[in-house]
Design a protein around this ligand. Structure first.
Ligand SMILES: Cc1cc2nc3c(=O)[nH]c(=O)nc-3n(C[C@H](O)[C@H](O)[C@H](O)COP(=O)(O)OP(=O)(O)OC[C@H]3O[C@@H](n4cnc5c(N)ncnc54)[C@H](O)[C@@H]3O)c2cc1C
Length: 540
């Protein structure tokens, strides 16, 4: 079936399902469209013919709908009434204009790994960016043009094969722009800063459907905002990013599994490794990334979590060894190491396409904290809590408590005022993901545990204001903790919202200005998940 035919069939199905929607009660939420005076036929008869031939429109009854809307984390899920897949960049302004004109909320998505609770306020049209997947290396070898739907794996592989790398998130299946619009943390940040530090220009469709180019010289204030708070401002149809020579042919990796009695030794060695958060001269850019987790490995223990840790080094084992001596001295249950090309590093360090991080469908109740050093006492408390909760709720066995330590040289080297990414001084990212098969009876316990863990991290860092990497946010954090406490940051962002998105149409992903849509308030979508009251305070 050609794409055009699929469009026709999909549209027919959508029309059919809309035609059967009764005003009350609201079947599949479709009455929203008829109630909001969106004539159902206009979806197919007006929007469809405006778009290029390979576009698709899927309604809930379409066989493709499930594939297009499956999510990594269905815990707080947006309500998708239809999916529109643009096939060219020129389709996107038409889709946005159409949706805006008809009062349909819209949201761009690429890989559907967005996990903030604020997404559950969304009820409308998903703009599925996945067909916009071009990766074109420019003739001078200094930049590449990337489509708005590309993701880490295809960028890593395509560039590597041509002799280049660029910044992206660390997990193969996650989109490029989801992370990058919030800064973007990844294995090359010791060299090139956070992902958005490599932006050269972005092609953006604004809320009113206007397509503009944003760069250091065109709309420079918006360019500043797109590098850290970009989810609030537009749909990126493509971007130009710096690329870099790929360097060594293989990276060295080593993973360790320790039992809990080594916990204090591990975190003391880790603090020494990054010099208590003063990275300069200590945490070399080559030692790109190390991350650990408390996790259950039943073959080692069915009652106690173990400590898993993974290091990756851009170079040889011999070069990496001096940095690993302190960790080798802590007796491990097992270790594994080797050398592989950069695109294979995710696969050997637990973040590849075959990892559970790339599976859809499990609840992941997550709460994060940004830190500078590991408080060893706190890490022990969080570990003890982990065991206690797993014992109490065996259904949470797949839960992980995660600690990430990216190399920092390239991040530190960039003036923090030059982008909306506010947390260059927080080297350590931590988060818990309480993981289980969807089961509302367990939600309250999952939230309580996850909150308690975040509170322990923050209480263990009394000198720091709580910080939240926006892409790891739960969604109940203050705007300041996500976008920065210096008053000028939020003032500037709010001014830019007034200029570029006065109706706050981009307000579903950790919004700068909370979504006030009465039809989709945070509370009503939480179905009693005991979090709405906190969420209301966002942005205040
Ligand atoms: C398993 C896992 C691993 C992760 N690893 C990392 C990591 O290594 N580094 C890191 O920094 N973060 C990481 N994150 C967090 C990640 O940055 C966010 O979850 C991000 O939102 C996911 O992007 P996506 O495209 O996969 O998801 P989506 O749900 O498709 O997109 C998330 C949001 O991004 C926006 N968006 C996406 N595409 C566009 C576009 N073209 N134009 C405008 N807006 C757009 C929309 O607001 C959308 O709601 C990870 C998350 C998970 C679940």
């Amino acid at each position: 079936m050609t794409r055009l035919q699929r469009f026709a069939v999909s549209s027919a199905l959508l029309l059919q399902s809309l035609a059967f929607a009764s005003p009350e009660p609201c079947l599949n939420g479709l009455c929203h469209f008829t109630r909001n005076k969106l004539a159902s036929r206009t979806v197919a008869s007006e929007l469809g013919p405006q778009l290029s031939a390979n576009c698709n429109v899927y309604g809930p009854d379409d066989t493709q709908f499930g594939n297009c809307t499956a999510r990594y984390d269905p815990f707080f899920t947006p309500k998708i009434q239809m999916v529109v897949q643009p096939a060219t960049e020129d389709d996107v302004p038409k889709i946005v204009q159409y949706a805006s004109a008809n009062g349909i909320p819209f949201l761009a998505m690429a890989r559907r790994h967005g996990m903030t609770s604020t997404l559950s306020e969304f009820d409308g049209m998903q703009i599925d960016m996945s067909l916009l997947d071009k990766i074109e290396i420019q003739p001078d070898g200094k930049s590449a043009i990337l489509g708005g739907g590309v993701f880490a794996k295809n960028i890593m592989e395509k560039l590597w094969d041509a002799g280049y790398v660029t910044s992206s998130g660390s997990t193969s299946c996650v989109g490029l722009l989801g992370p990058a619009l919030g800064g973007g943390r990844g294995r090359l940040e010791g060299y090139y800063g956070v992902v958005s530090d490599s932006f050269l220009k972005l092609n953006v469709v604004l809320a009113n459907g206007t397509a503009i180019t944003v760069s250091e010289t065109e709309h420079p204030d918006l360019f500043w905002a797109m590098k850290g708070a970009g989810h609030n401002f537009g749909v990126v149809t493509s971007l130009e990013m710096k690329i870099y020579p790929r360097g060594v042919d293989t990276w060295y990796y080593k993973t360790y599994i320790w039992t809990q009695d080594k916990l204090e030794a591990v975190f003391e060695a880790s603090n020494a490794f990054h010099n208590d958060g003063n990275h300069a001269g200590h945490h070399l850019k080559e030692m790109a990334f190390n991350m650990g987790s408390y996790t259950m490995i039943p073959s080692i223990s069915e009652t106690e979590g173990v400590i898993f840790w993974s290091f990756v080094y851009r170079g040889s084992k011999e070069e990496a060894q001096p940095y690993l001596d302190a960790f080798d001295a802590i007796k491990a249950v097992s270790t594994e190491d080797g050398n592989v090309p950069y695109p294979e590093i995710p696969g050997v360090s637990g973040t590849g396409m075959n990892s559970t991080l790339c599976d859809y469908g499990l609840n992941h109740v997550h709460y994060p904290a940004g830190l500078k050093v590991w408080n060893v006492t706190t890490q022990r408390q969080i570990y003890d809590l982990y065991n206690e909760k797993i014992r109490e709720y065996p259904e949470f066995q797949r839960t992980t408590v995660n600690m990430e330590d990216y190399s920092h040289e390239g991040v530190d080297a960039i003036d923090p005022d030059t982008s909306a990414y506010p947390w260059r001084d927080r080297g350590l990212l931590s988060f818990i993901a309480v993981t289980y098969d969807p089961n509302p009876a367990l939600d309250e316990a999952a939230i309580a545990w996850a909150q308690e863990t975040r509170d322990l991290w923050n209480a263990g860092a009394p000198d720091l204001l709580p910080s939240t990497y926006v892409n790891y946010a739960h969604g109940d954090e203050s705007a300041e903790s996500m976008y920065g406490y210096e008053p000028w940051r939020l003032e500037k962002l709010r001014g830019l919202k007034a200029q570029y998105d006065p109706d706050n149409l981009f307000s579903y992903y950790n919004p700068i200005i909370p979504n006030m849509n009465p039809r989709s308030t945070h509370e009503s979508n939480f179905q009693g998940r005991q979090i709405g009251a906190k969420s209301r305070s966002r942005g205040q």
